[in-house]
Design a binder for this molecule. Structure first.
Ligand SMILES: C[S@@+](CC[C@H](N)C(=O)[O-])C[C@H]1O[C@@H](n2cnc3c(N)ncnc32)[C@H](O)[C@@H]1O
Length: 386
C-alpha cells in the first residue's frame, strides 16, 4: 500500500507552480519516526534526494537500518529538532515536498514548528500535513482526559500503562460499538500509549487548522482525501446541500467537519504564491501528458471462455475507499488501458486507443475529463516528465 500523499509527483501536480525543469527533486520528511513514509518516498522516487529528520535516536537508528537494508542510496536521516531546524541541510531553493505526518501536534509550539517548515519550503513546494482532528477524536479525548486526571502523576510509562489498562477494562462495554473504553481496551500497548498517554498533544478543528496555516504564512491547497470532506452519504442533493456547498471554503469545511467528524486533518499546504492548478481546456488535451495516479489500484475481472478470455469488469480502489466500478464500456476500456500503463502518456494516445475500440474522439475526451474528475489520472508538471 502506498502511504497516503507520499507520491511527490501526484502531490505537486495539485499546485499551479512546478519545480524548475532540470532541478533535482528535494524531499524532507519532518519527524520521520522509524522511516515508514521516508522509505516509501525514497523507493518511489529514486531520482530524488530524500532526507528524514527526527529527534528520537531509537527511531532514527531503525530508519537508518531500513534504508541500508533496502540499499536506498538517495535517502538519509539526520537528528534535527523541528523547533529550531538547527543543522538542517537545506538545499538551494528549498524542499519541493515536505511531509509532516503526526508530528506537529506533539510539538510544544506547533505554530513555530510549521513556520520553520514554511521557511524551507520551495516556492513551488507542497507540504503534506497530518494533525489530529479535534471533532473526530472526541471519544479519544474522553479516555485520555480521564486517564490524565486519574493516574497518579509522575509514574513511569509502564506503570501508567498498567493502571490505564485496568481503568478502561473496568468501563468497557463490548456490546456497545460506540463505547470509547472498549475501543481503548482492544488496542495494543504501543498504540494505546501513543493515543491515550501522550503528554503533549494539540488537536485541531477546521478554524484552528486554517488559523495555524495562515499564521505560518502558508495557504491551504486541498485535502489529501477530498472524499472524506464530502457530504455524499450524509446529506441528499438539494437546496440544503447546495447552500453548504456555496459557502466559502473555511465555513464550508467547518460545517462538513461537524457532520463527517474526520479523525485526522490531512491537507496539502503551499506557499502564498502557489495555488490550485487549473488545467488547459479539453481541446488541448490531445497534446497534454497525463499519468496514472499512484494512489489508484485497478482490478480487471476476467472470465475464461472456451478458447478465449472475456473482460467482465474493471474496478478501482483509490486511497483505501471500497472498490468502485468503471461502469460504462468506454470507461472500462480506458481502465483496462490504464491498468497496464506505467509511464506518462499523451492524451491523444488514450483517445486514439478508444477510437480504435469504436468510440468517437469527443467521447475519448469526455472520458479523459471523467478520469481526471475521479482522480484516476493527473497531469504531471514538466519537470516530473523527465
Ligand atoms: C507519531 S510519530 C510520526 C512518525 C512518522 N511521521 C510517521 O508518520 O510514521 C511522531 C514523531 O515526531 C518526532 N518528534 C516529536 N517532536 C519532535 C521535534 N521537536 N523534532 C523532531 N522530531 C520530533 C517523534 O520523535 C516521533 O518520531
Amino acid at each position: 500500500m502506498l502511504r497516503l500523499g507520499f507520491d511527490a509527483r501526484v502531490v505537486c501536480s495539485r499546485g499551479h507552480l512546478g519545480r524548475p525543469v532540470g532541478l533535482r527533486r528535494q524531499i524532507l520528511d519532518a519527524g520521520c519516526g522509524r522511516g515508514v513514509g521516508l522509505v516509501t518516498a525514497g523507493t518511489l522516487h529514486p531520482e530524488a534526494s530524500v532526507l528524514g529528520v527526527d529527534l528520537c535516536h531509537a527511531s532514527l537508528a531503525d530508519a537508518r537500518s531500513e534504508i541500508e537494508r533496502r540499499k536506498l542510496t538517495n535517502t538519509r536521516v539526520e537528528e534535527v529538532d523541528l523547533m529550531t531546524l538547527e543543522g538542517l541541510d537545506v538545499p538551494d531553493g528549498g524542499f519541493h515536498v515536505i511531509y509532516s505526518s503526526g508530528v506537529l501536534h506533539h510539538l510544544s509550539d506547533p505554530l513555530a514548528g510549521l513556520r520553520n517548515l514554511a521557511d524551507v519550503l520551495a516556492p513551488s513546494g507542497v507540504l503534506v500535513l497530518m494533525v489530529y482532528g479535534a471533532i473526530g477524536r472526541r471519544h479519544v479525548k474522553r479516555v485520555s482526559s480521564a486517564l490524565a486526571a486519574w493516574i497518579e502523576p509522575g509514574l513511569e510509562l509502564s506503570m501508567q500503562l498498567g493502571q490505564a489498562r485496568l481503568f478502561v477494562e473496568a468501563l468497557a462495554e463490548d456490546s456497545n460499538p460506540d463505547c470509547p473504553w472498549s475501543e481503548a481496551a482492544k488496542m495494543p500497548d504501543t498504540e494505546f500509549a501513543d493515543r491515550y498517554l501522550h503528554p503533549l498533544e494539540t488537536e485541531y478543528d477546521v478554524p484552528g487548522l486554517f488559523d495555524l496555516v495562515e499564521s505560518a504564512g502558508l495557504r491551504f491547497l486541498r485535502w489529501c482525501c477530498p472524499e472524506q470532506w464530502s457530504l455524499d452519504g450524509h446529506l441528499a442533493e438539494g437546496p440544503m446541500r447546495d447552500s453548504i456547498e456555496a459557502l466559502p471554503e473555511r465555513e464550508r469545511f467547518t460545517v462538513i467537519e461537524q457532520i463527517v467528524r474526520p479523525r485526522n486533518m490531512q491537507a496539502y499546504l503551499c506557499q502564498q504564491g502557489n495555488g490550485p492548478r487549473r488545467l488547459p481546456p479539453a481541446e488541448e488535451w490531445d497534446s497534454l501528458s497525463f499519468a496514472v495516479n499512484a494512489e489508484v489500484h485497478f482490478d480487471v475481472g476476467t472470465r475464461s471462455l472456451w478458447c478465449s478470455t472475456r473482460m467482465e469488469s474493471v474496478t478501482y480502489v483509490i486511497r483505501g475507499i471500497p472498490a468502485q466500478n468503471l461502469e460504462t464500456p468506454i470507461l472500462a476500456g480506458a481502465g483496462l488501458i490504464l491498468s497496464g500503463q506505467n509511464e506518462p502518456f499523451l492524451g491523444s494516445t488514450l483517445i486514439g486507443a478508444l477510437v480504435e475500440d469504436g468510440f468517437s474522439p469527443a467521447e475519448g475526451r469526455q472520458v479523459l475529463g471523467e478520469l481526471l474528475r475521479r482522480e484516476l489520472i493527473y497531469v504531471p508538471h514538466p519537470a516530473d516528465l523527465q
